[in-house]
Design a protein. Structure first.
Ligand code: FDA
Length: 307
């Protein structure tokens, strides 16, 4: 991992910077490239715009590691309000959330109650809820949580990271049950004892896991989503899918709002299922720092806004 990337990931976890940086107007302006706005209405409007192009969307209210359970309740209420809005407007929009937003870092039981409230409302619409995967300290708890909840809700899925050595075993575990997996490379700062450090190894493992998922798509009742902006990996996944005779509409790619936008429209045009994850909210600092770390060249964009 490059020094710059390490510094940005270190900064993403620093409470002092989290307090100060979001107040800087030029950083806020630069962050707008990846976020349509801070309000639910901004995310819903962006989702409507994508719908006109046959692009699916999922929305996520930014925030993680909340400090008390009242905050977790507020987040839950917010997601229920978002789902009400989605239902009212007849939209086909999914939800993505982090379990530490619902209190997993404070009380598993409360997080379960909060999650059930959201998943039940989503099932009623019906729409889908994706559980993000956070730093490794939460991996066991998140996967166990998902396995338990999946017994009650078929409209939920989990994200897994190809940079972790453990993910191949998590796959073996999760592919036994009807499941939904969103495969990503991984965005946190993890030590080499548990995670691949070089892009080459992370990419190789991504392809290995992606092929495993592709082989399951036709045989089992699973939803597989390949969440990456990496054009080489996308090409290789498309080729493997072709060999396995998986039709384009069954091949799902997911990307983040504001990244590789042309590719998003192109893939949707070519007949692939394309879903954009739209983030919104005031707590964008840590999330934005991880986006900068993925591509340190993005820093130039921040500096451009300064001048
Ligand atoms: P890679 O980083 O190799 O980038 C490939 C190319 O994409 C780059 O060369 C560049 O052109 C472009 N690109 C990538 N990131 C960019 C950026 N920030 N700015 C500009 N260009 C960029 N992670 C996690 O740990 N837990 C999670 O729950 C999720 N959830 C999630 C959902 C969805 C829908 C997506 C798309 C991603 C996530 N992630 C995530 C983030 C993921 O782990 C990863 O950090 C990013 O997707 C970047 O990795 P790529 O696969 O795009 O490859």
């Amino acid at each position: 991992m490059g020094l710059f990337r390490s510094l940005l990931l270190f900064g993403s976890e620093n409470p002092w910077l989290n307090q100060k940086v979001p107040k800087l107007g030029f950083v806020k302006k630069a962050a707008r490239r990846f976020i349509p706005g801070e309000n639910l209405s901004d995310a819903i409007q962006a989702a409507k715009n994508f719908r006109n192009y046959g692009i699916f969307t999922s929305i996520t209210h930014l925030g993680e590691n909340i400090l008390n359970l009242e905050e977790a309740k507020k987040v839950t209420d917010h997601y229920v309000e978002a789902l009400n809005q989605i239902e009212l407007e007849g939209l086909n929009v999914e939800i993505s959330l982090k379990l530490t937003q619902l209190g997993l870092n404070l009380s598993v039981e409360q997080a379960q109650n909060n999650f059930k409230t959201i998943a039940q409302k989503a099932a009623h619409i019906p729409t889908f809820v994706w559980i993000d995967i956070e730093g490794n300290e939460f991996a066991d708890r998140t996967i166990e949580f998902y396995k338990q909840q999946r017994k009650d809700f078929s409209n939920i899925g989990i994200c897994l990271q190809s940079y972790l050595y453990r993910t191949k075993d998590d796959f073996s575990d999760l592919l036994f049950i009807p499941t939904a997996i969103r495969l990503v490379k991984g965005a946190y700062k993890e030590p080499e004892q548990i995670a691949y450090k070089s892009k080459k190894n992370v990419d190789q493992n991504y392809l290995f896991l992606a092929i495993r998922l592709l082989k399951e798509i036709e045989q089992k009742n699973i939803r597989a989503a390949f969440a990456t902006h990496d054009p080489d990996l996308i090409k290789q996944i498309q080729n493997e899918a072709k060999k396995l005779k998986i039709s384009r509409d069954k091949l799902e790619f997911q990307m983040l709002y504001g990244i590789k936008t042309e590719d998003q429209y192109r893939l949707a045009n070519e007949g692939y299922k394309m879903l954009i994850l739209i983030s919104y909210g005031k707590a964008w600092y840590s999330w934005y720092m991880r986006r900068l770390a993925e591509r340190p060249a993005n820093i130039w964009f921040v500096l451009k806004n300064l001048f």
